[in-house]
Design a protein around this ligand. Structure first.
Ligand code: SF4
Length: 61
């Protein structure tokens, strides 16, 4: 599984990092980055992609 955050679309709301801190982290720029291994918690990564208000999270299985 791979996941990326489209920086141009992220608004830095923090929901993904709250839901799945193993993978998503709000960086110094105030926007999310996918820094962890999504295979650790694929269901939570999928959920984060679904709840992201701007659909900024891409998931490839
Ligand atoms: S949930 Fe979406 S908009 Fe919010 S911080 Fe994460 S990637 Fe950005």
């Amino acid at each position: 599984m791979r996941t990326t955050v489209k920086k141009d679309d992220c608004i830095g709301c923090g929901m993904c990092a709250e839901l799945c801190p193993e993978v998503f982290e709000i960086g110094a720029d105030g926007y999310s980055d996918a820094v962890g291994n999504p295979d650790v918690c694929p269901d939570k990564v999928q959920e984060a992609a679904e709840v992201c208000p701007t659909n900024a999270i891409e998931v490839q299985r």
